[in-house]
Design a binder for this molecule. Sequence first.
Ligand code: DGL
Length: 264
Amino acid sequence: MTIKTQHAIGIFDSGIGGTSIWKEIHALLPNENTIYLADSINAPYGEKTKSEIIELCIKNTEFLLKKNCKIIVVACNTATTNAIGYLRKNYTVPFIGIEPAIKPASLTTQSNCIGILATKGTLNSDLFEKTSSKIGSNIEIVEQVGEGLVELIEEGKIDSKKMDILLKKYTDPMLKKGIDCLVLGCTHYPYLIPKLKKIVGNTVKIIDSGEAVARQTKAILEKNHLIQIENNNPNYQFFSNKNTTVLKNILADYKKASVKYLDF
Ligand code: DGL
């Protein structure tokens, strides 16, 4: 099958968090058709083993390839850090991944101390280990597993007492160590930025990789001559294998987004 410019950008995540990446991609590439897969029934990926994560990524990739996607964005740090090597080795479609932005944070920090909030699966991955080992030894990286955060976001409980308690519990030790940058190493977490800003204050810069992923997606499409320059009627399809209410709420501002339940 020939890949055509009008074929969609495929995007998947363990759930609804990757919509934070979809929003960046859509803002930069509004003419592109997109197909988003929220594997919410299997969230959180962060508590699974590497081989379980790879299996789920294969399933998501096969689904998007059946829909003729021209590029696949792995909009999940946990999936990227555990499975992107496997995916790139076994499929010819280009993959864009997302990794915690500790390198940009290391270039920004003045206090030489950066915090990272991510899933267990990301922080324990070989890829994260490799990336963090390249950061200068003068910079301290304070790692924190965001246990329970993905589950609360998936349940639509961002504005809950439980969320406030967890965020405070996770950021307090980082603040005590003197971080001035907080890296969000999970695509669900940008939805916590308003809350986090209130908790960490304005001396701590919150850094996530969403915009960089959108720019990289654009660059790879351009390189492969697959950019959709004109499109009078782009379509944005979203599929979730769990209750779609929270996904619909998160996309409420995007009138053209079609959100469907699918048992994939
Ligand atoms: N959005 C996923 C990530 O970026 C969440 C991981 C999970 O499901 O635990 O890592």
